[in-house]
Design a protein around this ligand. Structure first.
Ligand SMILES: [Mg+2]
Ligand SMILES: [Zn+2]
Length: 171
């Protein structure tokens, strides 16, 4: 059993908070290119192609559970694409999902840049949790790589699923 102190440095007790669903982007919600990066079209824009089952599964999530996207995109510091291009892509993604994404965070850095946001570090998840009053222990994270699983654990997210399990229809 958890005990919440009045001066809990992490904010209000979980009773006032709600669960969320945190999703990785590339390889989890959308398809990758042959280099396992977000695909670009011939004009350099990010091509958003939803993976099978993603739209249906996310649209079946309880409306009371906000959906957030947390993505490592060192492509930004590598100047493969700009932050603005990613913003456009996230808008496109949300349109394709019917507007159900409540927020997103990107880490634009590389390994070794010393940031606090690059998964497996929990920075992006912790920021979203603080901004949206999220109960992390009651939340779920979905990703396609071990860094996603480690990020979920480091952030104290209650459950982690690999995308291949989460988005495969149950028989
Ligand atoms: Mg991924
Ligand atoms: Zn970062």
């Amino acid at each position: 059993m958890e005990i919440h102190r009045a001066n809990d440095p992490h904010g209000p007790p979980s009773a006032l908070r709600r669960p969320a669903l945190f999703c990785d982007l590339a390889g989890t919600l959308v398809a990758l290119d042959e280099n396992r990066e977000l695909p670009l079209d011939d004009k350099g824009a990010i091509r958003i192609e939803l993976l099978p089952g993603v739209r249906e599964r996310l649209r079946s999530v309880d409306h009371a559970v906000p959906i957030f996207v947390v993505t490592n995109q060192s492509s930004i510091v590598r100047k493969r694409f700009s932050y603005a291009a990613l913003e456009t892509a996230m808008h496109d993604l949300n349109g394709k999902l019917g507007g159900i994404v409540s927020g997103w965070k990107v880490c634009p850095h590389r390994d070794g840049d010393g940031c606090l946001c690059r998964k497996p570090l929990p920075g992006m998840v912790l920021e979203l949790a603080q901004e949206h009053m999220i109960d992390l222990a009651a939340s779920t994270m979905v990703g396609d790589q071990e860094v996603d699983a480690k990020c979920a654990k480091a952030a104290g997210v209650g459950r982690f699923y690999y995308a291949s399990d989460f988005f495969t229809p149950k028989r």
